[in-house]
Structures are given as structure tokens and as C-alpha cells.
Design a protein around this ligand. Structure first.
Ligand code: MN
Length: 258
């Protein structure tokens, strides 16, 4: 049976020691991977690594937790936005109680959203730890792009609001293993879900997760949704191709029977 290609919609390729060989492995395994970046100054490198590939999709970003140290790079990100279909990792992180830090994150995030809104149909991979409410307010009810909330850990009420304003969700293995994460995923419309690893921040057996690990997540999702594994692959790939139109329609990748 031919299996549909996997999807890793949030992966930090550039934070691994040998990204070039990872690119070859991901490309060989035919896993659609969004390679997010945390600062505009490192985007070019990831963009070059992905330039001759079919399955790697680079994203220009500015991580909220780096706003203090790299916030001055915002103009550089604003210059990149017209040229990058995918923007991420961006968002807000309220782990810090410091109101100054939160305020500067909000300034940077609204600058990014404003620029994205001027270039419609951008795909955004958004971090929202402890800040879902402000992230959703910043997006507003009619954001002219496709927001993907990555590793969503908000409340059920915040989830309802996110669904209402059209957000998509990239979910990972740790989410399914936490009771609250599991309940949130149950409530998410399956047509708005794509898979992610968030490697190397998320770990698998003590090492940073890589796109190949999505295969295990798919098995868990197959149990979760009571679907065949390849049906889950097809669903996720279809969802992903609605977010990011792929050069050819989703088709099963040739693979050895299993
Ligand atoms: Mn991340």
C-alpha cells in the first residue's frame, strides 16, 4: 500500500547540528516540513538549505521569546514578509510576568501582523503560550491570512474563539499525552488540524524530535480518530494542501508494502 506523505508543520531545522543532512533525509522520506526560524538574521541560511527541495518550506520569523534580544531585527522581517509565503515562528509568550517585555512583544507581533495583512494569504505559524487571548485579539475576526496556532495550550473557551475566527492548529505528540491537550484536540475540527514536531524543543526518547517522528503521531491519531493510518495521513495532507497549495495534488508516495 502506498502511504500518503507525512506533514511536519512546525520544525526548527536550523537548530540541529547538521541541517544539510537532515534536509536530505526529510526530502528522501518525502515529509512536507515547514522549517520555521526564530530570527530574520538566520532566515537566509534556512531558505538556501530548502531552495532546491520539494518538501521543505522555509518560514521567516521572530520568536516572541527573542524579542528582547532580537527585536531590533523587526524591520528586516518586514522586508522579508513580501518574499516569504510562510511566516513563523511569531506570536506572544507571557511566561515572563514583566509588563515591559510583554508590551514589546505585542508591538513586534502587531507590526508583523500589519505587514502580513498588507500581503494577503500569508501562512503564519503562531506561538501563544499563556497569551492566547491577546494573540486572538491581535489577529482579529477577519485576518486576511491563514493563522496556524502551534502547540495550543489555551483554555477551552479560547479554543472556541480561535475556531470561530478561522484558526488552524498544528498538533504534536506531547499534546495528545497531556489530559488538557487531549481534550483540546478532541474539540478541534479535524479539517483544521495538521501535525508538527516542534523539534528540537519537543523531545522524543530524550532527543530533539525530527519530522520522521510524525509517523508515530499519525499512529496515535489513527487510534484517537478510529481511522486507518493512511486515512489520517490523507486527511492531514489534504488539510495541509488547503493551507499551503502544493505543486501537485496530494498523492500517495511510493513506498514498500507494510
Ligand atoms: Mn517552535
Amino acid at each position: 500500500m502506498n502511504l500518503f506523505p507525512l506533514v511536519d508543520a512546525h520544525f526548527h531545522l536550523d537548530l540541529f547540528p547538521d541541517p544539510a543532512s537532515l534536509v536530505r533525509e526529510i526530502e528522501g522520506a518525502q515529509i512536507h516540513t515547514i522549517a520555521v526560524t526564530n530570527a530574520p538574521s538566520v532566515f537566509r541560511h534556512t531558505q538556501e538549505l530548502c531552495s532546491t527541495t520539494t518538501f521543505l518550506h522555509p518560514a521567516a520569523g521572530l520568536h516572541p521569546e527573542l524579542v528582547e534580544s532580537h527585536g531590533r531585527e523587526l524591520p528586516e522581517l518586514i522586508r522579508l514578509i513580501p518574499h516569504s509565503k510562510i511566516i513563523g515562528e511569531v506570536g506572544l509568550d507571557y511566561s515572563s510576568p514583566d509588563p515591559r517585555i510583554r508590551a514589546s512583544q505585542r508591538t513586534v507581533f502587531s507590526g508583523i501582523l500589519e505587514s502580513c495583512a498588507a500581503h494577503p494569504n500569508k501562512v503564519l505559524s503562531i506561538h501563544s503560550r499563556r497569551a492566547v487571548s491577546d494573540v486572538l485579539s491581535a489577529l482579529g475576526p477577519r485576518f486576511p491570512g491563514i493563522p496556524i496556532l502551534h502547540w495550543f495550550t489555551g483554555s477551552m473557551r479560547e479554543l472556541e474563539r480561535a475556531i470561530e475566527i478561522g484558526c488552524h492548529f498544528s498538533i504534536n505528540a506531547p499534546m495528545l499525552r497531556s489530559r488538557s491537550g487531549f481534550a483540546l484536540v478532541q474539540r478541534m475540527p479535524s479539517s483544521r488540524i495538521v501535525t508538527e514536531t516542534d523539534g528540537p524543543f519537543a523531545k522524543t526518547t530524550g532527543r530533539g524530535a525530527v519530522p520522521q517522528d510524525v509517523a508515530h503521531l499519525v499512529i496515535e491519531l489513527a487510534r484517537f480518530w478510529d481511522l486507518a493510518e493512511n486515512e489520517v495521513r490523507r486527511l492531514i495532507l489534504e488539510n495541509f494542501s488547503r493551507i499551503l497549495p502544493l505543486p501537485s495534488p496530494p498523492a500517495p508516495a511510493p513506498s514498500t508494502p507494510q
